[in-house]
Design a protein around this ligand. Structure first.
Ligand SMILES: Nc1ncnc2c1ncn2[C@@H]1O[C@H](COP(=O)(O)OP(=O)(O)OP(=O)(O)O)[C@@H](O)[C@H]1O
Length: 435
């Protein structure tokens, strides 16, 4: 009996020693884990670049000194190597480092409302987005329409292969609006004849994404009337999306305009506003909802000139403060020249046949954005050839052989990237298509 009790006592003692040892081990491991994570904070989802970043006082996490447009486009391509029609939103300061926020037109962004008081940096933000899109897409993939009429900001864009139409004086505005409606109808006919329900499914290769920038909505009202403008916005914004047309509509505040078309807006970019009453019309959220998202609402942002280029970006219920890269006249001129040179437009300004603008050539030779590293850059022609071959071949290797006459290196990466994006040939040997 005593021997049995002794045995159980010994066993309990052993169990106690083992549990103390285990607890100490767990504690040490947890401390090590904590120390490691204190030394190396997790990178933010949006990626980072220069160290020792500082936010603008009173502007949430908006970065005080954002990198230039070159670095911005470089970071954009690193963050989202394969996303099409991506563009930068602006820079923030996350855990002491600069972080770029970005979005993409095809996928989840429909139309954009861009607002801020005078000199808030609206044109500069839009120019950054349009130049980035142009650098990353050929004129066959992307066309731009600019309706300005308030200054000289877009004069240098004339003759650019990406420029579908520029309305830069008040008398050019109404015809440009009619041309956009006619283009929408033309696209409707093409898509309907091709038997597809939306632009994204069309494989004809002759309908580039058409992005229209309206630099001041009030000028469109002056060129037409409040009623006509409302009708035009309602139909163009509601229907344009399905036909590969996107709008960036800028104005000082949207509160002076009818509300229906605003339901088509999926991204709000709002800079300084003088009163809380302006927050909701320009962001779609109430002031306290923006604060709950840990962002500074437009009515609390610093006013220009200190606050120029600082915006509150709202998508759904998420809000973030950013500062856009400042693009001065010289830089803009260099970019436009680079885009012209890369597409051969400077040699043939009136050329009908527009050459594509592959990112590699713009990036490597002219704009100094490294093209190596990250995912391969696939031209629209290559993309279409890969998709077509994927309908015929049973495996990605065979697709690669058919399109590039090789099965390795960058060619293989391109095939992999396009197949992943399109959701085809996910299993070797059979054709799988995902919605
Ligand atoms: N990202 C930025 N960072 C710093 N300063 C900026 C930035 N963007 C613009 N600015 C400054 O603000 C000035 C006005 O910019 P911009 O013309 O883009 O504003 P806007 O909102 O379009 O003005 P307006 O409505 O009066 O035409 C620029 O000349 C520049 O000095």
């Amino acid at each position: 009996m005593d021997a049995e009790r002794g045995f159980w006592l010994q066993l309990m003692l052993l169990a106690m020693v083992a549990s103390i040892w285990l607890s100490l081990k767990l504690l040490t491991t947890y401390r090590l884990y904590q120390q490691h994570h204190a030394r190396s904070p997790r990178p933010s989802k949006t990626n980072m670049n220069a160290p020792a970043a500082q936010p603008v006082p009173g502007a949430g996490i908006a970065l005080a000194q954002p990198p230039d447009l070159n670095t911005t486009v470089h970071t954009l391509t690193q963050n989202a190597p394969s996303a099409r029609y991506r563009f930068p939103l602006g820079w923030s300061c996350v855990a002491g480092r600069s972080a770029l926020s970005q979005a993409a037109f095809v996928g989840y962004i429909n139309h954009i409302l861009l607002t801020a008081q005078s000199d808030g940096g609206k044109d500069t933000w839009a120019i950054g987005a349009l130049l980035s899109l142009s650098a990353l897409h050929s004129a066959r993939e992307l066309q731009l329409c600019v309706i300005d009429g308030k200054g000289l900001d877009f004069v240098g864009w004339r003759g650019l292969p990406h420029a579908w139409r520029l309305a830069l004086t008040p008398d050019e505005i109404a015809p440009a609006m009619r041309a956009l409606s006619a283009e929408r109808e033309r696209r409707r006919r093409i898509l309907s004849a091709a038997g597809v329900s939306k632009w994204e499914a069309y494989r004809g290769g002759d309908l580039p994404l058409l992005v229209t920038y309206v630099s001041e909505l009030a000028l469109l009202q002056d060129a037409t009337s409040a009623k006509d403008l409302e009708r035009w916005l309602n139909s163009e914004l509601a229907a344009g999306r399905a036909f590969g047309m996107r709008y960036i509509v800028a104005t000082q505040t949207a509160s002076n305009f009818a509300t229906r078309w605003r339901s088509q807006i999926s991204l709000y970019v709002d800079g300084f506003q003088p009163s809380q009453s302006q927050d909701t019309p320009n962001t779609g959220l109430r002031t306290n909802e923006i604060v709950r998202s840990s962002a500074v609402p437009p009515s609390d942002l610093p006013a220009p000139p200190t606050g120029a280029g600082i915006f509150c970006i709202v998508h759904g219920r998420d809000a973030v403060n950013i500062r856009a890269p400042l693009i001065d006249d010289d830089e803009r001129f260099r970019w436009l020249e680079a885009l012209r040179a890369a597409s051969g437009a400077s040699a043939h300004p009136d050329a009908q046949e527009v050459l594509p603008t592959p990112l590699e050539s713009v990036a490597n030779s002219v704009l100094n954005v490294p093209g190596s590293g990250g995912a391969p850059l696939v031209s629209e022609d290559e993309r279409q050839a890969i998709i077509a071959a994927a309908q015929l071949e049973p495996s990605r290797r065979k697709v690669c052989q058919r399109v590039f006459n090789t099965t390795g290196g960058r060619a293989w990466e391109k095939v992999k990237q396009v197949c992943d994006e399109a959701g085809v040939l996910l299993g070797e040997g059979r054709l799988v298509t995902v919605e």
